[in-house]
Design a protein around this ligand. Structure first.
Ligand SMILES: Nc1ncnc2c1ncn2[C@@H]1O[C@H](COP(=O)(O)OP(=O)(O)OP(=O)(O)O)[C@@H](O)[C@H]1O
Length: 293
């Protein structure tokens, strides 16, 4: 069951199409990574879904009664408040019964690992602590859907790990849509990937689906010189892409396997420097998708 469906969603600023006819769904309990370079439209999409920005056209169908929590890319904190005061205020603003707001805030701060710091003023918090507090304010009312704009991008590796583990502990219970350009981390927590480029969704699917479309395993053969590479490309029985002193063979179901390649090379007189099997990482896929036409 979907908690949210987006159809032909667009946002224009004058002549500029910040978001240009985007379609996707969020299944209940799923984690979706919204991936794209700077200016691709990630913040604009999240702001429209959060109801903070009006769409120019298109439609956002939210499940009836859907509650949403939002962590902006640059959350504003009041440095003079304590973490508990701030989270309690967020709880009340999100509609939590005022009598229960303090208790709910305490529980949430504990969940994000800020129990000890609950009575401390936010002004003295580190980046990682602020990000966890940002998460606390987004989830203090136990929303059905969490929208997180770059929740880990500004953190150092240990901060990223902490926040990622926190988010993973929510996976399956809360529907999560988060934007990021840290692809190694995205690989860990994603049921659906949405690749955004210049306001358009250029690729979407599960990690396995996207991998199978882009991350075709391939075999690279490096030769001593260009002549040998060219001869291989002309004479071998497989389609081979020619590169500088090398050829690349797609290792598809119909293509050769390593053994075939070795057998062929053993009986040929081509001077080979190396043979390697390669698979593309999510990072490679991102570069391919984003560098498209
Ligand atoms: N208020 C605005 N007025 C005019 N143009 C805007 C406005 N907000 C965003 N844009 C433009 O819309 C496009 C998408 O911006 P958006 O902030 O959504 O991208 P993003 O993917 O979140 O980028 P980043 O990773 O840098 O945060 C950009 O070209 C941006 O310049």
């Amino acid at each position: 069951m979907n908690v949210l469906e987006v159809r032909a969603l667009s946002k224009r600023y004058g002549e500029e199409h910040a978001v240009d006819g985007v379609d996707f769904e969020l299944a209940e309990g799923s984690a979706t990574a919204l991936i794209g370079p700077n200016g691709a439209g990630k913040t604009t999409i999240l702001s429209m879904l959060a109801g903070l920005l009006e769409a120019s056209s298109g439609n956002i169908q939210r499940r009836k009664g859907l509650s949403i929590g939002f962590l902006p890319q640059y959350p504003k904190f009041f440095p003079w408040l304590t973490a508990l005061e701030f989270t309690e205020m967020a709880a009340k603003l999100s509609g939590v019964d005022p009598k229960k707001a303090r208790q709910q805030a305490q529980k949430t701060l504990e969940f994000v690992g800020l129990r000890e710091a609950a009575g401390k003023k936010v002004g003295g918090f580190s980046g990682g602590m602020k990000q966890r507090l940002g998460l606390a304010q987004a989830m203090v009312h136990q929303p059905d859907l969490l929208l997180l704009d770059e929740p880990i991008s500004s953190l150092d590796p240990s901060g990223r790990r902490e926040v990622m583990e926190l988010l993973k502990s929510l996976q399956g219970q809360t529907t999560i849509l988060y934007s990021t350009h840290i692809l190694n981390d995205a690989e860990e927590m994603t049921d659906q990937l949405l690749f955004l480029r210049k306001g358009n969704l250029v690729e979407q699917g599960s990690l396995a689906q996207v991998r199978s479309r882009y991350a075709q395993p391939q075999i690279r053969i490096r030769f001593e010189n260009n002549d040998a590479a060219e001869r291989f490309a002309h004479e071998a029985p497989w389609p081979a892409a020619l590169e500088a002193r090398a050829v690349v063979l797609p290792a598809t179901a119909q293509g050769p396997v390593m053994q075939d390649v070795f057998r062929y090379l053993t009986v040929s007189d081509l001077s080979v420097l190396g043979v390697e099997q390669e698979t593309a990482s999510l990072e490679d896929i991102f570069l391919k998708v984003v560098a498209g036409p």
